[in-house]
Design a protein around this ligand. Structure first.
Ligand code: PBG
Length: 343
């Protein structure tokens, strides 16, 4: 047994220093911890990103994202039903496209029967209450793996924006509710908004990937959508430099000026300072994407027994709320939702 008197013996009068100020008082009991808790995470905060692939009854594991699968359209329908049961508000769709359907212009983006469009119709039929978000960018469909149209070595902005408008209209006609441009071309939010309005889709929402950084954390996603092998070079001529926070604010300001309904910061955990700044400066619906590499880090460490994956997941999601995010796109969405439902 420990005798406190033999440990003490310091000349400093600790109680005297504290003068009654003890931060640990509210931390002592579960009830008092709950009483002073500043943020809550609920299922309403989650958006579930899903990967779609060809076939029927297909659930193909993504090797660099343990627990995540590429799903055929029918399985996407089943997953959307699961989202509805779990009360996850919305799902986000990303197609896996093999080399056969990729070309220089990313023409498959405007195919009204592409994987994303078929998934929209399947989800609307089987889980009509679930919000459907679709990604606008050409990288799933280009032979070079870039988000835009390439002329020589350059991703040409204005021509790409025209292509993105066509892609967005194709997705909206298939029934998506939220258009999410992730391409980082200049002016695409305003151009897409105008085109949607002119086509009578004034109620379709736009969530701008406003502050999207050129990040190494997208690696596993590029495997998942079949872009890793395809990508020539990197995306630094259009995605933000990870060193720049003020520039991210200007991107967000422009996208809001172009009538974005919601803005997103991406990746998530290494960029929580940006989430906080966006929230404070603009006070608009602010989302963060906990990307594939962030998912992979937690899962890999958990698989090795190096950390408690479940706790690391819930702690990370809460950190987004503390930073000021209204919602989080996360591959952990179904697991977190189940955990939240269990209480
Ligand atoms: C496509 C896109 C990417 C992600 C979402 N949309 C990859 C990229 O820009 O290279 C990454 C998502 C993730 O890593 O989970 N433009």
């Amino acid at each position: 047994d420990i005798d406190p008197r033999t440990i003490g013996g310091s000349p400093v009068d600790v109680a005297g220093v504290l003068k009654g100020r003890r931060m640990r008082r509210t931390r002592r009991m579960d009830w008092s911890r709950r009483l002073v808790r500043e943020n809550t995470l609920t299922v309403d905060d989650l958006i579930w990103p899903m990967f779609v692939t060809e076939g029927h009854g297909v659930r193909e594991p993504v090797p660099s994202m343990p627990g995540v699968f590429r799903l055929s359209v029918d399985e996407i329908g089943a997953a959307a039903e699961e989202a509805a049961e779990l009360k996850i508000p919305a799902v986000a769709l990303f197609p896996y496209t093999g080399p056969d359907k990729r070309d220089e212009q990313g023409s498959e983006a405007y195919n009204a029967d592409n994987l994303v469009c078929r998934s929209c119709r399947e989800i609307a039929r089987r889980a009509p209450g679930v919000g459907i978000m679709t990604d606008v960018a050409l990288d799933p469909y280009t032979s070079h793996g870039h988000d835009g149209i390439m002329v020589g070595d350059e991703i040409v902005n204005d021509i790409t924006v025209e292509a993105l408008i066509r892609q967005a209209l194709t997705q909206v006609e298939a029934g998506c509710h939220i258009i999410a441009p992730s391409d980082m071309m200049d002016g695409r939010i305003g151009a897409i908004r105008t085109a949607l309005d002119e086509a009578g889709h004034e109620n379709v929402l736009i969530m701008a990937y406003a502050a999207k950084f050129a990040s190494a954390f997208y690696g596993p996603f590029r495997d998942a959508v079949g872009a890793s092998g395809a990508l020539k070079g990197d995306k630094r001529t259009y995605q933000l430099d990870p060193a720049n926070g003020d520039e991210a604010m200007r991107e967000v300001a422009l996208d809001l000026d172009e009538a974005a309904d919601m803005v997103m910061v991406k990746p998530g955990m290494p960029y929580l300072d940006v989430v906080r700044r966006v929230r404070e400066k603009f006070a608009v619906p602010t989302f963060a994407y906990m990307v594939s590499g962030e998912y992979a880090m937690i899962e890999a460490a958990a698989a090795n027994g190096w950390l408690d994956g479940e706790r690391a997941m819930m702690e990370s999601l809460m950190a987004f709320k503390r930073a000021g995010a209204d919602g989080i796109l996360t591959y952990h969405a179904p697991r977190a939702a189940r955990r939240l439902a269990a209480g």
